[in-house]
Design a binder for this molecule. Structure first.
Ligand code: ASP
Length: 586
């Protein structure tokens, strides 16, 4: 038997027991003729004590960091207790030690904090995974996984696997493709999601499906994405949007409670896409704090009358003018304001400046545009924005899309500065009524905002005949947003052949192309397809959020780097000429 106990379980109650432990040597500390060692495994750390009598054995069989050893000994009370360690009251007085395997000197320290850089840690991922923070993340991931499965099981969902070698599923990204040896010159695509399969399972009558599944999207990996990532993918039959929102609100409440002990009793707020854009500047509002965007002027319509009859070119010429009131910040210094101006000028934000109005503690106003706005006008703007004493009003001016985006970033930045974005606070919400289409400006064509299987709102189907009304068509599509991050989305689906054909045509697909690519799905719709809808959420992201971290990478056991490489395997790599020939790629 390799061990009687693990390295995390022994306590004072075991004092005087004879035990056998096995694990990795974390540290070796010699004090004259005695030696202390920390022995580590997945469960924790236990201190080993090699008395004077045992020193001979260490001289004979020296051990170093990350050696795998087995020790036998007696549990004794520590004179120097360590309250930070669960096993800190005891230590093992070693009587026998066996080296099970040696270890080369690790390239970085394997402790809570490490001195290893990103690349190095990725290359030796199996060593990095020994560190407590990563272990904690993967443990959390497992707990979320189990919690999701438990909930869906009690709700009657079946976990059904779907294939990875398929034909393209358009979710708006590029496909990864796999050459077929048996069908020379032809390729499979890896699924961007199991979208069409889960819809077919509804046609098959399976009613409630889920899968915790890998999805593959060949995108540029900015903003913390991974080329392969995990989704919790779900679909239900005979449901309306309301049924889905309720079912999955239940899931999130269950997971928050189960994994984090956070109980949310009230219903998740719902916000339309239009409201989210208007008040928060994006479709994933962080509602942990207010600081709503005030629209002084938007798309050339003036809402704040104080702007009329003022001869200030920057404002007059701007398509859009947006403001936020930052509480308790009216005492920002000149230097802080200059620094803020630099902040909005960064290329990622892309503004040429920021106008500030201080609503001082004494009720007076002072602004960077005093030349154009007298006290009365400033007061009027303050009233329009709902500012109170002590507020700093920040205004951005420019083209609609860019300014709105910049203001949404500025709002988040000010939220950060005021400490309003606490990781431990959970503020989920549903964003609903998304547009069915969006304009791909680069190629000047309309694309599906969610995916082409999303149903328009029934009352908007008529608008699909009029290109000039495309922007007004709303879908029964919804996103779940947590703390400013979209963690999932879905929709009610099209389930009739005619409407699906109409959708493909609206997206500029010829009848032939639609039939070639999606004939299987439209064919299935002719054999009694039930009304259905679903949702998928990003499992890696959800875990990272529950772990209170920004990046998903350390919640994935073996992630890829920013160039999509697995630096440990050195993948992607070359293949032999003979392999290429076999695949018809030579
Ligand atoms: N397949 C969709 C996605 O990956 C989710 C859904 O519509 O269920 O975003």
């Amino acid at each position: 038997m390799y061990r009687t106990h693990n390295c995390g379980e022994l306590r004072s109650a075991y004092i005087n027991s004879e035990v056998t432990l096995a694990g990795w040597v974390q540290t070796v500390r010699k004090f004259g003729s005695i030696t202390f060692t920390d022995l580590r495994d997945r469960y924790g750390i236990t201190q080993l004590y090699f008395s004077e009598n045992m020193n001979g054995i260490l001289a004979e069989k020296p051990i170093g960091r990350e050696f795998v050893i087995q020790v036998k000994g007696r549990v004794v009370e520590r004179t120097n207790k360590n309250p930070k360690l669960p096993t800190g009251d005891i230590e093992i007085e070693v009587t026998e030690m066996t080296i099970l395997n040696g270890a080369a000197t690790p390239p970085f320290t394997i402790e809570e904090e490490t001195d290893g850089g990103d690349e190095l840690r990725m290359k030796y991922r199996y060593l990095d995974l020994r560190r407590p923070p990563l272990k904690k993340n993967l443990e959390l991931r497992y707990k979320v996984n189990r919690s999701v499965r438990n909930y869906l099981d009690t709700q009657g969902f079946w976990d059904i696997e779907t294939p990875f070698l398929i034909r393209s599923t358009p979710e708006g990204a590029r496909d990864f493709v796999v050459p077929s040896r048996m069908n020379e010159g032809q390729f499979y695509a890896l699924p961007q999601s199991p979208q069409t399969f889960k819809q077919l399972l509804m046609v098959s009558g399976y009613d409630k499906y889920y899968q915790i599944v890998k999805c593959f999207r060949d995108e540029d990996l900015r903003a913390d994405r991974q080329p392969e990532f995990t989704q919790v993918d779900c679909e239900m039959s005979f449901v309306e949007q309301e049924d889905i929102l309720n079912m999955f609100e239940g899931l999130f409440k269950h997971v928050f409670k189960d994994v984090k002990g956070v109980e949310i009793t009230e219903a998740f707020p719902r916000m339309t896409f239009d409201d989210a854009m208007w008040h928060y500047g994006n479709d994933k509002p962080d509602i942990r704090f207010e600081m709503k965007i005030q629209n002084l002027k938007a798309v050339n319509k003036v809402y704040c009358n104080a702007l009329n009859s003022v001869d200030f070119k920057v404002f007059n010429e701007a398509e859009t003018l947006l403001a936020i009131c930052v509480s308790g910040s009216s005492e920002y210094t000149r230097k802080q304001l200059d620094e803020l101006t630099e902040w909005v000028k960064r290329p990622q934000i892309g503004m040429s400046g920021v106008v500030n109005i201080k609503h001082n503690a004494d009720g007076s106003f002072k602004s960077s545009v005093d030349k154009f706005f007298n006290a009365e006008k400033l007061q009027e703007i303050g009233d329009f924005c709902g500012s109170v004493k002590g507020d700093l009003i920040l205004i951005l001016a420019g083209a609609e899309t860019r300014t709105r985006k910049a203001m949404s970033e500025l709002r988040l930045e000010m939220g950060n500065r005021l400490g309003l974005r606490d990781h431990a606070v959970y503020k989920p919400l549903w964003v609903i009524d998304f547009p069915l289409f969006e304009l791909d400006e680069e190629n000047n064509r309309w694309v599906a905002r969610h995916h082409p299987f999303t149903a328009p709102k029934p009352e908007h189907i008529g608008l699909m005949d009029d290109l000039s009304r495309y922007a007004d068509i709303k879908a029964n599509a919804y996103d779940i947003v947590l703390n400013g991050t979209e963690i999932g989305g879905g929709s009610i689906r099209i389930f009739q052949r005619g409407l699906q054909e109409k959708m493909f045509a609206a997206l500029g697909m010829s009848k032939e192309e639609a039939q070639d690519k999606f004939g299987f799905l439209m064919g299935a719709f002719e054999y009694g397809a039930p009304p259905h809808g679903g949702i998928a959420f990003g499992f890696d992201r959800l875990c990272a959020l529950l772990g209170g971290q920004e990046s998903i990478r350390d919640f994935i056991a073996f992630p890829k780097n920013n160039s999509g490489r697995d630096v440990m395997l050195d993948a992607p790599g070359n293949i032999d000429d003979s392999q290429k020939k076999e695949l018809g790629l030579a």
